[in-house]
Design a protein around this ligand. Structure first.
Ligand code: UP6
Length: 259
């Protein structure tokens, strides 16, 4: 799949959400997701609006928004529709199936009502996927498995990563992975990669950055996830998003060219 265009993969994909996502990526020439880790409603909406033209996915951590309310969701959905991006709530579910069902569908955030994509750890076993699927599948949502993480000393390696791949292939609610590379050719599963930066090499708490070209052109990942590289102090978020969009897209063209 690394050698196919996003447009081709979109046309051939079995999951409607992936067909739409690939079509968006092709139309906007963007494999950029922005990690919008800001702590107020106003900041989140302003950031989403500024980077909206350049992204295929907006990744949220909705539980860090101090003044969260239903109006925030309505406005985020309006921005997603007007700019044409999908919302990925990076919830990293990790409990038993029966519990995650309630966390995904209910509570304060009602994630399944508005997030096109969410993700989970498979540490509890396959029941977590089945629980989330019961809620998300009827709504046309998709799930990513955390096959690897970007941080120093992370424990998702070897046989654990392989288990993620096995479970992803076996469950049609799973549309892909969080990880650093392409994991399988058995079905078209999308890899989204966090820990991407053009300059910094990491932070004080274990984050490690690699470049778009390393991740997309060499490793065969599909989407780069960039947070602080885009909206750090003194940065113009729209200008940085455009820069990362171009870097991600040229890495993708480089990959296709290396057939
Ligand atoms: N994230 C990682 N690494 C992972 C999984 N998720 O960094 O393995 C998420 C973080 C954050 C974003 O929760 O939202 O990706 C990275 O942000 P940054 O670019 O500002 O480091």
């Amino acid at each position: 799949y690394s050698q196919k265009t996003y447009a081709e993969r979109g046309r051939e994909h079995a999951h409607p959400l992936c067909r739409e996502l690939f079509a968006t990526m092709e139309r906007k020439q963007s494999n950029l997701a922005v990690a919008a880790d800001v702590s107020t409603k106003a900041e989140l909406l302003a950031l989403a609006d500024a980077v909206g033209p350049y992204i295929c996915v907006l990744k949220t951590h909705i539980d860090i928004v101090a003044d969260f309310d239903a109006d925030l969701i309505a406005r985020l959905q309006a921005l997603a529709a007007s700019h044409g991006f999908m919302i990925f709530e990076d919830r990293k579910f990790a409990d038993i199936g029966n519990t995650v069902k309630q966390q995904y569908g209910g509570g304060v955030y009602r994630i399944a009502d508005w997030a096109h994509i969410t993700n989970c750890h498979i540490i509890p076993g396959e029941g977590i996927i089945h629980g989330l699927a019961e809620v998300g599948r009827p709504k046309g949502r998709g799930l990513l498995l955390l096959a690897e993480m970007s941080s120093a000393g992370m424990l998702a390696t070897g046989a654990y990563t392989d288990k993620n791949v096995e479970m992803a292939i076996a469950n049609d609610f799973v549309i892909g992975f969080i990880g650093s590379r392409r994991f399988t050719e058995e079905r078209d599963l999308i890899t989204m990669t966090p820990g991407v930066g053009l300059h910094a090499s990491g932070d004080a708490l274990g984050q490690q950055y690699r470049t778009p070209s390393h991740i997309i052109a060499e490793n065969g990942s599909d989407i780069i996830i960039v947070g602080r590289g885009i909206y750090g102090p003194g940065k113009d978020a729209a200008a940085e998003a455009l820069r990362y969009r171009d870097a991600g897209w040229s890495a993708y063209l480089q990959r296709l060219g290396s057939k």
